[in-house]
Ligand binder design. Structure first.
Ligand code: PLP
Length: 406
């Protein structure tokens, strides 16, 4: 069992007040807070060790480069990737998906080829494929979750035709909390020669991930949800796909030689990392991932299961609250609307007055909102530092909303 008081003590921001109330931070699905070790690492990287990477031969450049490159190994360990050479750094999942779209899919997919995706996807895992639809006539094939929010792997596989070139799925819905059995899907897809892209933005925060076991071709993570800095992230890419990819962004670092009439590329992964990267962001992400691995991903998942069960029980007691997504094994992410006219934004504003931070809106998942028949929801998303007492604070604040708006 994790000592949650000790975990919380590592997050300076958690001891602040908001609107005169102790902060109850339940917006982890949007972005997580940062532990002291990450703040210290950023401070040291800028204050004592800073220089550009991969360029200078001087001492600081060497230290910076070593610290930055060491994170590739950390990410590989965190994701169960066989080699750090299969890890490309990004600024987050949005960049990863665009890299895959421009670098791998655009040169390969032709008019009439199909991409299967679920209506639960975040826009980051939709728009790059819409580009291919608009520009190249690629067809997007949508699969829906069932009434509980579960996505049946068989439904995904039944959507596959002989024109399917790619399946792009989230492993964990940022709105419903549903965990998708991506392993079954990826293994079946691989047998049929279909490329799989997994959005691990949420899953990697809440559960252990092993890309070798999942069997996917691409797996994207984003540092800011993993208790690390914004503007950091990484994508695991299977070596066969890496070899097939053309560069996405052009500039420094991704080249070997440039002449007036010709250019040759650096080897992967640097072939896909143009320009000065997010040096300190990446180093900070490395500290965050080490911190998570030290806590233990099983321990984190275990604590969040306790929170999920308690929150589920408490929220079910509010018979005027409509929780979206009732998957048994969901993560501790609860999207809800209130009976009556209250808009999600109004609810979120009242909660904020009580110091409770939640997200209100479409959560960058408009196809899912359409599927659910709502325009917006409020979302309380829990992280490793949250407590049962904070569930109680949320419930009290929701009761106040009900009193105000009912
Ligand atoms: N995918 C999912 C499931 C997300 O929840 C998010 C962020 O909300 C993203 C992708 C986008 O990630 P990033 O902020 O790194 O671009």
């Amino acid at each position: 069992m994790l000592d949650i008081d000790a975990v919380r003590a590592q997050f300076p921001i958690l001891s602040r007040q908001v609107n005169g109330k102790p902060l109850t931070y339940l917006d982890n699905g949007a972005s997580a807070q940062k532990p002291q070790i990450v703040l210290d690492t950023i401070q040291r990287a800028y204050g004592e060790e800073y220089s550009n990477v991969h360029r200078g031969l001087h001492t600081l450049s060497t230290i910076s480069t070593e610290n930055y490159e060491a994170v590739r190994g950390t990410v590989a360990r965190f994701l169960g990737a066989p080699s750090e050479e299969q890890i490309v750094f990004t600024t987050g999942t949005t960049e990863a998906m665009n890299l895959i779209s421009y670098g791998w899919a655009a040169p390969r997919l032709e008019a009439g080829d199909e991409i299967v995706l679920s209506v639960m996807e975040h826009h980051a895992n939709i728009i790059p494929w819409h580009f291919l639809r608009e520009r190249q006539g690629v067809k997007l094939v949508w699969v829906e979750p069932d009434v509980n929010g579960d996505l049946d792997p068989q439904a995904v596989l039944e959507a596959v035709t002989d024109r399917t070139k790619m399946i792009a799925l989230t492993q964990l819905s940022n709105v419903l909390g549903t965990v998708v059995d991506v392993k079954t899907i990826c293994h079946a897809a691989r047998e049929r020669g279909i490329t799989t892209v997994i959005d691990g933005s949420q899953a990697a925060v809440h559960m252990p991930v092993d890309v070798a076991d999942i069997g996917c071709d691409f797996y994207a993570i984003t540092g800011h949800k993993l208790y690390g800095p914004s503007g950091s992230g990484a994508v695991f890419i299977r070596p066969e796909r890496l070899a097939e990819m053309r560069p996405f962004m052009g500039g420094g670092d991704m080249i070997r030689e440039v002449h007036r009439d010709t250019v040759t590329w650096n080897d992967p992964p640097m072939k896909f990392e143009a320009g000065t990267p997010g040096i300190v962001q990446t180093i900070g992400m490395g500290a965050a991932l080490e911190w998570m691995m030290d806590l233990g991903m099983d321990q984190i998942a275990g604590h969040e299961r306790i929170l999920r069960d308690y929150a589920r029980e408490q929220l079910e007691g509010l018979n005027w609250l409509n929780v979206q997504g009732r998957s048994e094994d969901k993560a501790a992410i609860f999207s809800f609307t209130l009976d009556g006219a209250a808009h999600a934004h109004d609810i979120s504003t009242v909660l904020d007055k009580k110091g409770v931070a939640v997200r209100a809106g479409h959560h960058c998942a408009q196809p899912l909102m359409e599927h659910l028949g709502v325009t917006a929801t409020c979302r309380a998303s829990f992280g490793v530092y949250n407590t049962k007492q904070e569930v109680d604070v949320l419930v009290d604040a929701l009761e106040l909303c009900h009193d105000l708006f009912a």
